[in-house]
Design a protein around this ligand. Structure first.
Ligand SMILES: C[S@@+](CC[C@H](N)C(=O)[O-])C[C@H]1O[C@@H](n2cnc3c(N)ncnc32)[C@H](O)[C@@H]1O
Length: 451
């Protein structure tokens, strides 16, 4: 019997969903993103597999620790993925999407009905029955393991502890629940309050959220398909986390006095969420949107088309300025740099398992290279907004402190700094805690001194 509203509508038998979810987990284990793996799942299974995969990834640390107790030697990869999937979904009664006995029975059925796992079905059955019999003792034994306790790799836990000694538990816990659907209201068409009223008329409940002190978005009580949002196709509203909605107002606030034809660069723009927001806030600005990935550039085009705004979109490496820059300085540059995405674990619970510890320094080096290449392109008196969706200081505060030490013409203006992820169960008190729930982000606004 289903106990979660997210999976009650499903027609496919549970064993089939579990097989496909184990396939997704195996793909993540091989370095593929969960989103890409779910796209390969047959359409009729996809919503159910998505719901189960998100949950399995959130509790994968606990599941692997339990599996190690149940079977010292891992079974072949596909059976291991199925076993861990079943354990991740059933280790706690109150979180299990189905009755735990049903999950166990159906996981064994999934093994029996899969040609690569059939031979392992008795082993899967034995492990899961033992889990049911000895659950309390097994859980107690795994409690001591950092990865099981926090459901993140141990290097990740250590880094968050080190970087945020007062908030590390809240940051890790925030990644364990689903993120809300947050909307950015296009102020060219509606105020956020008017749009909220329009939603309520459609029976869609939500509340206002603020960015940079202005009510600009709406957090929905329950996610809805975008086609149900009034004016979505016409660009009256976009889906964007509250923390990401800070970028455009932060960059534009002090720049708009420079006149209506601001020259702006969005250096790492795809899929174009922030490009669109910049143009909603400054419709007369000339915006150049770059991204190194030509396919992702198509997403920027789709986004600006929907919003009915204009941007020049170029596929290029932003650091290789000789290839794309026309020699004219920019009033403002947004550098939403590639990063570990450690701040968006609520939305992408696979990322923690995909990353390696060495990625942090590699990505920090790319961010430093982009900052170094783009800073000379800012006009004296102009601004560069640096941001990452990361909670690691190496990709935020440390990166920017190092940059300003080496660039004496760079002044850090009042900036949010590290916005640690917040959700309903979190007790974090934020500097601007009128934002509702939001992802982890880092923002630093730099002004170029006229020397
Ligand atoms: C965090 S995402 C940007 C999200 C985007 N700003 C938005 O709000 O929708 C980072 C982007 O940087 C792009 N990227 C990575 N390295 C780059 C480079 N050297 N030059 C330009 N874009 C790059 C990636 O392809 C990715 O689309």
């Amino acid at each position: 019997m289903a106990t979660s509203s997210s999976v009650t509508h499903l027609q496919a038998p549970l064993w089939q969903l579990l097989q496909a979810t184990a396939g997704v987990a195996q793909a993540v284990h091989h370095g593929r993103s969960m989103t890409a793996a779910i796209e390969q799942v047959p359409k009729d299974l996809r919503p159910g597999v998505q719901a189960l995969s998100f949950q399995a990834m959130r509790w994968w640390g606990r599941a692997v620790a339990l599996r190690k107790l149940l079977a010292r030697k891992a079974p072949p990869a596909s059976a291991d993925a199925l076993l861990c999937t079943a354990l991740a979904l059933s280790w706690r009664d109150d979180l299990a999407p189905y009755a735990v006995h049903t999950l166990v029975n159906q996981a064994v059925e999934a093994a029996r009905r899969h040609k690569d796992m059939r031979a392992q079905a008795p082993f899967v059955n034995a492990c899961l029955r033992r889990f049911l019999r000895e659950r309390d003792a097994l859980l107690l034994a795994t409690d001591k393991e950092v990865t099981a306790q926090w459901n993140h790799p141990s290097w990740w836990v250590k880094r968050v502890q080190h970087d945020h000694p007062d908030q590390w538990t809240a940051i890790l816990e925030a990644a364990q629940s689903a993120a809300p659907m947050t909307l950015r209201v296009n102020q060219q068409h509606h105020t956020a309050a008017d749009y909220l009223a329009a939603l309520q008329e459609q029976g869609i409940a939500g509340k206002l959220v603020s960015t940079a002190g202005m009510p600009s978005g709406v957090q929905l009580d329950k996610a809805v398909p975008v086609h149900l949002l009034p004016g979505f196709a016409q660009g009256h509203v976009s889906v964007q986390d509250a923390a990401a909605q800070w970028a455009a107002p932060l960059l534009l606030k002090g720049l708009q006095a420079a006149g209506p034809s601001l020259r702006l660069l969005d250096a790492c723009a795809a899929p174009g969420g922030k490009t669109g927001h910049l143009l909603e806030c400054a419709p007369t600005a000339q915006v150049l949107a770059l991204d190194v990935d030509p396919q992702r550039c198509e997403r920027i085009q789709q986004n600006v088309d929907r919003l009915q705004v204009q941007a020049q979109i170029v596929a290029a490496d932003a650091a290789d300025t000789a290839k794309w820059w026309d020699g004219q300085l920019f009033d403002g540059i947004l550098l939403d740099a590639p990063c570990t995405a450690s701040g968006i674990g609520r939305r992408h619970p696979d990322v923690r398992w995909l990353r390696r510890e060495t990625d942090v320094q590699q990505l920090a080096a790319i961010q430093a290279k982009l900052l170094k290449a783009l800073w000379p392109l800012v006009k004296p008196g102009g601004r560069l907004l640096y941001c990452t969706c990361s909670v690691f200081r190496a990709e935020g505060e440390t990166q920017i402190q190092t940059f300003v030490q080496h660039n004496t013409d760079a002044l850090i203006l009042p900036s949010p700094g590290h916005l640690t992820p917040s959700n309903v169960i979190s007790e974090i008190s934020l500097r601007d805690n009128d934002m509702g729930e939001h992802d982890g982000f880092y923002y630093a606004l730099l002004e170029k001194r006229s020397i």
